[in-house]
Design a protein around this ligand. Structure first.
Ligand SMILES: Cc1ncc(COP(=O)(O)O)c(C=O)c1O
Length: 385
């Protein structure tokens, strides 16, 4: 008999963290490892954000804020929707959260009763199903392939909708595939979810990191939706643990009570720092960084294709390339282990993101410099020749 509750037993480790740990251990013993595993921007948080946080600390910003977040920050996020999408989103519908992770947990608690489930893609962000598990629900994993650009289309959602399904959780751009839902796809998915009396949740954490293709927000289509976003990726603030949610008006009091109880408040100095992220000086640097990711993607995808990795569609955004290793292996974990231990290139096995064709896929993250990417590609080329 275990002292610990059943709900934590089936939670799998986030393997990318294990790859990262092993890669770091190898580096500590003097081995030069090329990192293509980490799902976070390799740039430190921009200066203006850090300076603003320091000033806030000097001025005594060390107390709790409202559970909904600093009012000025909610206003800034509202202004960002105006600037980026031309949308008028009232700040009252915007909640600051402890990362997208905190937002996803609250979303699960708000929308899912024990025994209910939400559709999500396989491959997909692995933590999502565990947020549902914590509230007694289930992630209903829907296999999606390259023919649908790994996204949950309305037709696929309809096919997999179950009697206990209460909604769909999608990400655009997605992790691990970088693929987006186009405007018509978002419209159709929303219409389907509505027809099923369900709720649509769209994780837009990689918005701002897309490289050409138009990437609409679901908020351009409807207000009847839960949007998850974060300061982690485009704003480069992973360690600050700040995100946000945009929700229908009637959900705000429910989430406020939940947030008061579960979190009380987010990091106060972090929220003051984040204010500076919306100023032109910071946005200019962030856009330059986005352009760097763009160039890295444009280098990496053809280079990997040339070696023999299968990447039928150029990923639209995020920080990742999800590639088939069919030519080389049918065991993604063993493949990644060999690439790391023998060839000193760290990548993430597909099994981290689900089960569907997971053993024949790996994820590359272009969260390292162009020189490092070139070095990694050269090593892979030699290894797989
Ligand atoms: C799709 C997706 N959603 C949510 C998160 C969680 O991000 P955070 O809690 O840092 O905002 C991540 C992190 O990689 C992600 O890839």
């Amino acid at each position: 008999m275990s002292r610990y509750a059943d709900r934590v037993k089936g939670i799998e480790p986030f393997r990318v963290v294990e790859v990262l740990t092993q890669a770091r251990e190898m580096e500590a013993s003097g081995i030069d490892v090329v990192h293509m595993e980490a799902g976070e921007p390799d740039f430190a948080t921009v200066g203006p954000i850090i300076e603003r946080a320091k000033t806030a600390l000097d001025e005594g910003a060390t107390y709790y804020t409202s559970a909904l977040g600093l009012p000025e920050l909610r206003e800034k996020v509202a202004g960002f929707y105006k600037r980026q999408y031309g949308l008028d989103i009232p700040a009252q519908r915007i909640l600051i959260t402890p990362g997208a992770s905190g937002a996803l947990l609250m979303m699960a608690a708000l929308l899912v009763n024990p025994g209910e489930g939400m559709l999500m893609t396989d491959p997909g962000y692995p933590c999502n199903r565990n947020f549902l598990r914590l509230v007694g629900g289930e992630g209903q994993l829907v296999p999606v392939g390259v023919e649908d650009r790994y996204q949950l289309t309305a037709a696929i959602a309809e096919k997999h909708w179950q009697p206990n399904t209460v909604g769909a959780l999608v990400a655009s751009p997605a992790n691990p595939t970088g693929e987006i839902l186009r405007r018509n796809e978002l419209e159709d998915l929303y219409a389907l979810v509505k027809a099923k009396n369900g709720t649509l949740v769209v994780d837009e954490i990689y918005h701002g990191l897309t490289y050409g293709e138009e990437t609409p927000s679901i908020l351009e289509i409807t207000d009847d939706v839960f949007v998850i976003n974060s300061f982690s990726k485009y704003f480069g603030m992973t360690g600050w643990r700040l995100g946000w949610m945009v929700v229908p008006e009637d959900a705000v009091p429910e989430l406020e009570r939940l947030a008061q109880n579960v979190f009380i408040s987010m990091s106060t100095m972090g929220q003051y720092g984040a204010l500076a992220g919306f100023e032109e000086e910071a946005l200019a640097i962030l856009d330059q960084r986005r352009d760097i990711f763009h160039r890295r993607r444009d280098y990496l995808v053809p280079a990997l294709r040339e070696i023999g990795f299968g990447i039928p569609h150029m990923p639209d955004g995020a920080l990742y390339v999800y590639a088939s290793i069919e030519k080389f292996s049918s065991d993604s974990e063993a493949f990644c282990k060999e690439m790391l231990e023998v060839h000193h290139v760290a990548i993430t096995p597909g099994v981290d993101f689900g089960t569907y064709k997971a053993n024949t896929h790996v994820r590359f993250a272009y969260t390292t410099s162009m020189d490092q990417l070139k070095k990694g590609v050269a090593r892979l080329k030699k290894a797989l020749a």
